[in-house]
Design a protein around this ligand. Structure first.
Ligand code: PGA
Length: 252
């Protein structure tokens, strides 16, 4: 089954508007075959509109890093999927480990976010992944099963054309310790098996599973050779146009 690769840059809490525009516009110029895959950059909220304008007419799409479960109202500090769309986004990241661990977002809330974002028309990169402690205690499969079953509970099968799963082992995020290609493949195959048993073969075969966690230009091509790795969610290496573009170019 060949799935179109999806490579996204998660800029996290980095880059002012000027640097965001500069990075986005440099990435554009460095891509060798941008129409061969889906490419997304996810700047901070305040830079979304400027980056979307910078990338207008290019194949690179823009995504938010989080959103809330209401369209509007008395929810100080939150942003809605409709507002992300209004700023020029096509995507949103939901369930990043930093949202789960630093901000205490639960499987139940993330499931609501996923449903609400999809129903508003945003495509979603839904993140899952185990901590080092969970892996060492032999609980990786349980954790991934729980995150997948609770996270995707009650989602209309027709919505899966706009959902990608990002497998991001927490111990590999921002640490410089990348999962080995075998570790990534094993986890991705396990997640695809979960999709198969919970949602059936068509969804399991077509949903893209990105790997995230210390992806760099020098390890991207090898990770990408795994049959179940369909692209990347890149943090640190996405902040510089040349390294992000090198990863995108390696993913084709
Ligand atoms: P990293 O982050 O590439 O800096 O490890 C990945 C992520 O958090 O999405």
């Amino acid at each position: 089954m060949s799935r179109r690769p999806l490579v996204a840059g998660n800029w996290k809490l980095n880059h002012l508007i000027g640097a965001s525009i500069e990075t986005a516009s440099s990435v554009k110029g460095l891509l060798t075959a941008p129409s061969a895959l889906d490419i997304v950059v996810c700047p901070v909220f305040t830079a979304l509109q400027s980056v979307a304008e910078t990338l207008q007419g290019s194949p690179i799409e823009v995504g938010g890093q989080n959103c809330y479960v209401k369209e509007s109202g008395a929810f100080t500090g939150e942003v809605s999927p409709q507002m992300l769309l209004d700023a020029g986004c096509a995507w949103v990241i939901i369930g990043h480990s930093e949202r789960r661990h630093i901000f205490g977002e639960t499987d139940t809330l993330l499931n609501e976010k996923l449903k609400f974002a999809r129903s508003a028309g945003l495509k979603v990169m839904f993140c899952i992944g185990e901590t080092l402690e969970e892996r060492e205690a032999g609980k990786m499969n349980d954790v991934l099963s729980r995150q997948v079953s609770k996270g995707l509970e009650g989602i209309d099968p027709g919505q899966f054309d706009g959902i990608a799963i990002a497998y991001e082992p927490v111990w590999a995020i921002g640490t410089g310790v990348t999962a080995t290609p075998q570790q990534a493949q094993d986890a991705h195959a396990f997640v695809r098996g979960l999709l198969n048993s919970q949602l059936g073969g068509t969804i399991a075969d077509t949903v893209r599973i990105q790997y995230g966690g210390s992806v760099k230009p020098d390890n991207a091509a090898e990770l990408m050779r795994n049959p179940d790795v369909d692209g990347f969610l890149v943090g640190g290496a996405a902040l510089k146009a040349d390294s992000f573009a090198a990863i995108v170019n390696a993913a084709i």
